[in-house]
Design a protein around this ligand. Structure first.
Ligand SMILES: NC(=O)c1ccc[n+]([C@@H]2O[C@H](COP(=O)([O-])OP(=O)(O)OC[C@H]3O[C@@H](n4cnc5c(N)ncnc54)[C@H](OP(=O)(O)O)[C@@H]3O)[C@@H](O)[C@H]2O)c1
Length: 327
């Protein structure tokens, strides 16, 4: 038997409960992972609340799209993985049955990669979703290059912090956007070349000033909402690119009237592709080895306190970085 987080109806954090269930055996092509830690993502809160793009399969839905642990059993026809290997789970094709908020989960072997050496389980739990999203959006989608000015909204969020580090890793220039100028110092310490604060600066004017009048080569937008038009106008008017990855502001977003290239990026388009996953893993591994990438952890909760972890996410975190649950 193993402990698993499930929910029978959508709603606030209290709908989550921990139950005991038999552990499933891995089928052909699958591995069972003993989870050591998992990241708590905004998508999880949306899934729990019933506002995610894919509705949860109720009742008794599991939850959680990333996690790390140790391979505990290997199904037939799996090569290159054995019991005892520390791994990251890179994608959960069906959270309702394979969600990572659990002591054990079974996953396709193709969705599991070796855990980068030297990472603790809690740091590893803060890595994959945020960094693969920032990498995929900036490098694979927008083609970020050295010297590009990259405007990053919600820069103190986990995707934003990853984007700052990834831009620095390749020699691009990260311009961090926050609503709150009190976060300026922390963002500069996190590697931002400059900070644009909504309570102090005009976004478009300040971006133009910081880019010699040109505008940002790439805008990474985790917020959208009504502010997206202004965000798009901060991009270079000819040849600029805007990539949206998130929807932190759930209100409708206008279609910006600027002649820039726009992409919508969903990390599943890459993490379900083994070749792309290998590229992401290689890039992140290199950044971890050199110290360019340093997963930021805000707070670690115990497994029994998973409801508290969701309450903390819903109310708005105190600090920057990932909420992690240690199992
Ligand atoms: N496309 C994908 O595959 C993918 C993958 C991962 C995440 N996402 C999405 O990307 C978004 C960011 O994820 P995350 O993990 O970085 O989130 P996060 O860590 O929860 O981001 C928190 C930060 O976002 C800013 N923020 C929050 N609400 C805001 C609002 N209404 N307007 C402006 N800024 C706001 C705040 O910074 P300030 O107070 O400093 O402004 C806050 O510190 C989420 O919508 C998430 O669902 C998408």
């Amino acid at each position: 038997m193993a402990r698993v987080v499930v929910f029978d109806e959508t709603g606030g954090p209290d709908v989550l409960r921990i139950v005991d269930e038999p552990t499933a055996d891995p089928a052909a092509g699958e591995v069972r992972v003993r989870i050591e830690a998992f990241g708590v993502n905004p998508l999880d809160a949306m899934t729990r609340a019933g506002t995610a793009p894919l509705p949860p399969r109720l009742p008794h839905a599991r939850i959680g799209c990333e996690g790390t642990g140790v391979v505990d059993a290997v199904g037939p026809d799996v090569e290159g993985l054995q019991a005892g290997d520390p791994v990251l789970i890179t994608a959960v094709p069906d959270m309702a049955t394979g969600g990572t908020y659990a002591e054990y989960t079974v996953a396709p072997a193709s969705r599991v990669i070796p855990r980068p050496a030297g990472l603790t389980a809690t740091a590893a739990a803060a890595l994959w979703v945020s960094y693969s999203t920032a990498y995929g959006a900036l490098i694979e989608k927008a083609g970020m290059r050295p010297a590009d000015h990259v405007l990053i909204t919600a820069a103190s969020g986990t995707v934003g912090l990853a984007a700052i580090q990834i831009a620095n890793q390749i020699g691009a220039i990260p311009l961090a956007v926050t609503r709150d100028s009190a976060k300026e110092e922390a963002l500069l310490e996190a590697g931002a070349a400059a900070v644009i604060a909504g309570d102090r600066d005009d976004l478009v004017e300040t971006t133009r000033r910081l880019t010699g009048g040109a505008g940002a080569d790439i805008v990474l937008d985790s917020v959208m909402g009504p502010g997206m038009d202004e965000t798009a106008h901060a991009a270079r008017p000819v040849g600029g690119t805007l990539v949206t990855v998130g929807w932190l502001d759930p209100r409708p977003a206008p279609y910006p009237a600027v002649p820039i290239t726009m992409h919508r990026y969903m990390s599943f388009e890459h993490v379900l592709d083994s070749a792309a996953s290998r590229r992401i893993a290689a890039f992140l591994g290199a950044g971890l080895r050199t110290g360019a990438l340093r997963p930021t952890i805000d707070r670690v909760f115990a497994f029994d306190d998973v409801v508290e972890a969701h309450r903390y996410l819903d109310k708005g975190q105190d600090g920057p970085g990932k909420i992690v649950v240690a199992v």
